[in-house]
Design a protein around this ligand. Structure first.
Ligand SMILES: O=c1[nH]c(=O)n([C@H]2C[C@H](O)[C@@H](COP(=O)(O)O)O2)cc1CO
Length: 142
């Protein structure tokens, strides 16, 4: 499947290592992660040379192209919230994962959109297990 992986950049990079594990897991499962570069430790350096307009147009196109959007929402981020809303408005499946105990916006937690799923995880093994279950279920229903 074509996957849009959404994670905080400007919002903060404290969770970068878990972003990387999630992307590596999805790629290893044979998925195309359109935004795999967002999980890299040096993303700020790489994206510095791309204008805001180019980033916006590129990312909106990738949301349009994806089959599913996976978001890591432990760290609040304007961009991630925007991308989630874009995908939901297109009725695409969206999974928002966050570390248990982190404060997540009520605009995510209170959202009853039928294609939105939420998952609070304990550790990397836990979130990777959920990713596996979620993506397999989507593949079966496709
Ligand atoms: O340089 C960038 N490149 C980029 O693709 N984004 C997109 C993808 C991420 O899922 C999301 C992160 O938003 P934010 O920067 O507000 O945390 O926005 C965001 C930035 C920086 O705002």
């Amino acid at each position: 499947m074509n996957i849009y992986f959404s994670c905080s950049i400007t919002g903060g990079r404290n969770d970068q290592q878990i972003y990387q594990k999630m992307v590596e897991f999805m790629v290893a499962r044979g998925h195309e992660v359109l935004t795999a570069h967002l999980s890299k430790a040096d993303i700020l350096e790489d994206e510095r040379v791309i204008s805001p307009l180019e980033v916006y147009q590129r990312d909106v196109k990738w949301v349009d192209q994806c089959d599913v959007l996976i978001a890591e929402v432990s760290t609040p981020s304007h961009g991630v919230g925007y991308e989630i809303a874009l995908a939901l408005l297109q009725e695409k499946p969206v999974l928002c994962c966050y570390q248990s105990g982190h404060t997540v916006s009520k605009m995510i937690l209170g959202n009853t959109h039928p294609t939105l799923s939420l998952y609070a995880y304990q550790d990397a093994q836990d979130v990777l297990g959920e990713l596996d279950r979620y993506l397999r279920a989507l593949e079966i229903s496709a």
